[in-house]
Design a protein around this ligand. Sequence first.
Ligand SMILES: Cc1cc2nc3c(=O)[nH]c(=O)nc-3n(C[C@H](O)[C@H](O)[C@H](O)COP(=O)(O)OP(=O)(O)OC[C@H]3O[C@@H](n4cnc5c(N)ncnc54)[C@H](O)[C@@H]3O)c2cc1C
Length: 519
Amino acid sequence: MDADVIIVGAGPAGLMLAGELCLAGVRPLVLERQPQLRETPKANGLNGQIVELLRYRGLLDRVEAASGRPVHPAPGAPFGGMQLDFSHLADPPLWAVPLPQLRLERLLGERACELGTGIRRGHEVAGVSQDHATVTADVRGPQEPYRVTARYLVGCDGAHSRVRDTAGIPFPGTTYPEVNRLGQVTVPDSMTQPGDGALDVPGLGQIRPGFTRTPRGVFAFGQLTAGGLLIQTTEDEPAESDDAPMTLTELQDSIRRVLGADLPLGEATRLSRYQFQARQAERYRDGRILLAGDAAHQFPATGIGLSVGMLDSVNLAWKLAAVIDSWAPAGLLDSYHDERHFAGARALLQTRAQVALRRGQDPAAQALRELFLELLADEQPLRRIGGLIAGTDIRYPMPAPSQQALTGTFAPDLTLHSGQGTTSVAKLMHTARPILLDLADRPEIRETARDWQHRIDIHTAGTDHRPADALLIRPDAHIAWAATTGEPAGTAATALREALWSWFGAPLKTTVPIIDRPS
Ligand SMILES: Cc1cc2nc3c(=O)[nH]c(=O)nc-3n(C[C@H](O)[C@H](O)[C@H](O)COP(=O)(O)OP(=O)(O)OC[C@H]3O[C@@H](n4cnc5c(N)ncnc54)[C@H](O)[C@@H]3O)c2cc1C
């Protein structure tokens, strides 16, 4: 074997997976076809649940340093061609940090290498095959073609995934006809209004940041913290879009068609043209081949691809490591598909709804948007949509359905007090080890968990407003089991033992009779 796991693609999903696999003690090898990091005009920032997860890995300091800005509550978010306003919510539903994708990839790549990953850039995977024990990748290296073999291979090779196609995994969905053109550009100072940041367009007047609809499409812009503007046009009429690189002239022509006026543009640092797609791989696993990130899903709205894709990787890594380490309980690796396909479908639901909302200029479409905005003036629906965008509303389907509403959800970052001092759930999760957190000094719960202490860390601590008597938290920070406050010792211990068997396999010394093993 050349590695435990071959990762195809050094994008955010592949690099996150590499780091997580190293934390779980397995050897990944990353194969990336591009010879070096590229200034691809892609994501401009991170938001949603992944921001919290990065904090749970102790990475937010590095993210903030790379960004030059602190993580902050998002004052709003685009949604279906409208601008949602979260600024008046005391407890914001969405956290964000501006970070160009190139810098994110550099950061994740450095971390993966520090943890022991080998990254081979300029090595393109041309084919993949598998048998009952191994998976092999045919690689076009810079010098010559060669083969590498591993126990598993994960296709993190983006929307046009060759791994997915080679494995014969269908990728059904829709490509929407509208063409979007995006540019990070400068405009003459005389055109921007201090204060509200409005643009003074000659012959047209003032345009406020956000979305402006015209009979011919949508013009959107926002100020970038690094200076300049991020401008996007969406043309309702399907236009000829070819594979030629986007140019500043093309963006200018598109702005003229949409606004009916010329906008003088200065220098462009990023330019891209794209069509939105709504697609999801039918299966995230085919034997020893798995998919994560854009290879597994495409959303018809920007702003969530990074979060969903990197969280795929976090969910997959520890399960794959358990299988490679030979202790995974039956079905553990398949739970990757069950959980992340479910999360991807949720993301598709809200982004497809955005397509329906943003389409059309007729009075009916306008009325739909107005009504939607009216509903979102109320806090509860606004929070709900915020949670959907962030992905914080996800509750994974658990194998043994529990009355405890916390199971399957992301563990809250409780502040924890103990004889050793004060810590937090986020700090305990830096090493990505699973945790049994006894929050109510319940010796029988700790005693039950002791047989699994080679796999999990056991902590006893107090916390204000404890949500449960105890929590079993998986490496991906999701709650596998929770003891309801005051739950009788017998039922709590039995349910905990079942959860430990289901997620962490056999105990070290089988003091537990084998008959207790849940089916
Ligand atoms: C214009 C634009 C703006 C966006 N803005 C945002 C945003 O603000 N926030 C957000 O969250 N998301 C945004 N997204 C989406 C985000 O960029 C993607 O979701 C993200 O890049 C997916 O990461 P990934 O690692 O799955 O795939 P990719 O980033 O596509 O990485 C795949 C990697 O695999 C490599 N590869 C492909 N084939 C092979 C092969 N055969 N062999 C070896 N290597 C291979 C590629 O070179 C690439 O490096 C935006 C996307 C676009 C296009």
